[in-house]
Ligand binder design. Structure first.
Ligand SMILES: *Cc1c(COP(=O)(O)O)cnc(C)c1O
Length: 391
């Protein structure tokens, strides 16, 4: 077993007779067998031969093998989007009557799945607060089956102590399922802290260039097998082309994330005392409330910086309108820096109360720090912040 960074570069699906250096794209719906016995054995799960691309494909398998090595997992399965991965991890492992414990700051669509869809199947849930760990144990019920968390959280950048959450989940015999999208496996490996499952939106930092959607779940073999059986029948398979793109992207993930993080740290330090900003959060700033935990479990502070504008909703709109280079778009984790204002966009339909329940303040701005020269990113943000004060 080599270092995970090497595995991300060197793991490769079987080459064809042409011995291509880069893995070819296997655009095929199904795979042939030499004879009836080989085909029977494959269908009986006695071999891992590819059968049909809804089940597996050499390109998706290469991506999975790399992610398994990078996260230190036993097995994995790749899907069309991050949400497919999140949903499959719930539907394959929870059943009617089960209870899910989660944290109040989670990705918007995950919140919709937990609160609007899971109840249709008789699966209940409780949210606990990221900054009140003392509430968590009391929220566990006899029918609680899984703890589902993000750390750092999107978009509020709260850090949850993986070691502590794992101890709690093991004490009560619960599955710990961690969305590791914000940190990526080169920055944080939840399985080392005891997580049973790790889910990813590969759409974000893993692709890193805003091209394709993808999702993946890795973890314990027997849990992944159940997720695989669920997906094999329900069909959220990742396309081989997207898998091929994402597998190539993993080869540069470590170097990209180092630069994203160093740019983000420079920006966080430079903006921390800006007069237009009420508070700013970045996991690797000593002022972050969970700075010590971030230092313990993350290799760097990641590529996201968030801050709250003193002027609230109005300033949020002025800020977005004043940006000259940063993109206004619904993605994150791109070479191009992106600004978003959840209160006027992704979370605009929520009531003030609902927004605050998920830690979205009216002046909250999330910056996904890109790979442009840091001076240019900073200059654009600073001039837009000046406009927020002038009004
Ligand atoms: C984007 C995102 C998802 C969903 O991923 P998609 O690929 O858009 O389906 C899940 N979790 C987090 C933290 C995300 O940022």
């Amino acid at each position: 077993m080599k270092h995970p960074i090497t595995e991300a570069i060197r793991i490769q699906t079987e080459r064809t007779n042409e011995m291509e250096h880069a893995t070819p794209l296997f655009l095929t719906s199904s795979f042939c067998f030499d004879n009836a016995e080989e085909m029977r054995a494959a269908f009986a799960d006695e071999t891992d031969d590819n059968i049909y691309s809804r089940f597996s494909n050499p390109n998706t398998q290469e991506l999975v093998d790399k992610m398994v090595a990078m996260e230190g997992a036993e097995a994995g399965y790749a899907m069309a989007t991050g949400m497919a991965a999140v949903f499959a991890s719930f539907m394959a492992l929870l059943k009617t009557g089960d209870h899910l414990l989660s944290c109040n700051s989670i990705f918007g669509s995950t919140h919709t799945v937990i609160k609007k869809l899971l109840p249709n199947y008789g699966i209940e849930s409780t949210y606990v607060s990221a900054d009140k760990p003392e509430e968590w144990e009391a929220a566990i019920r006899p029918n609680t089956k899984m703890i589902y968390i993000e750390t750092p959280t999107n978009p509020g950048l709260a850090i949850l102590d993986l070691e502590w959450v794992n101890t709690l989940s093991k004490k009560h015999g619960l599955l710990l399922n961690v969305d590791n999208c914000f940190a990526t496996p080169v920055n944080q490996r939840p399985i080392e802290f005891g997580a049973d499952l790790v889910v990813h939106s590969a759409t974000k930092w893993i692709d890193g260039q805003g091209r394709v959607l993808g999702g993946i779940v890795v973890g314990k073999k027997e849990l992944i097998h159940q997720i695989y059986l669920f997906c094999r029948s329900t069909g959220p398979a990742l396309s081989p082309f997207n898998a091929w793109v994402l597998s190539k992207s993993l080869e540069t993930l470590d170097v990209r994330m180092e630069r994203h993080a160093s740019n983000a740290l420079t920006i966080a330090k430079a903006l921390e005392n800006n007069p237009a900003i009420e508070w700013l959060k970045y996991p690797y700033l000593p002022s972050h409330p969970q700075y010590d935990i971030a230092r313990k479990q993350m290799k760097n502070g990641g590529g996201i910086v968030c801050f709250n504008l003193k002027g609230g909703l109005q300033s949020g709109k002025i800020f977005l309108n004043s940006l000259q280079m940063l993109s206004l778009t619904a993605n994150l984790g791109d070479t191009r820096s992106i600004a978003s204002h959840p209160a006027s966009t992704t979370h605009a339909k929520l009531s003030e109360e609902e927004r605050l329940a998920t830690n979205i303040t009216a002046g909250l701005i999330r910056i996904s720090v890109g790979l442009e020269h840091v001076d240019d990113i900073l200059q654009d943000i600073i001039q837009a912040l000046e406009k927020c004060i002038e009004r």
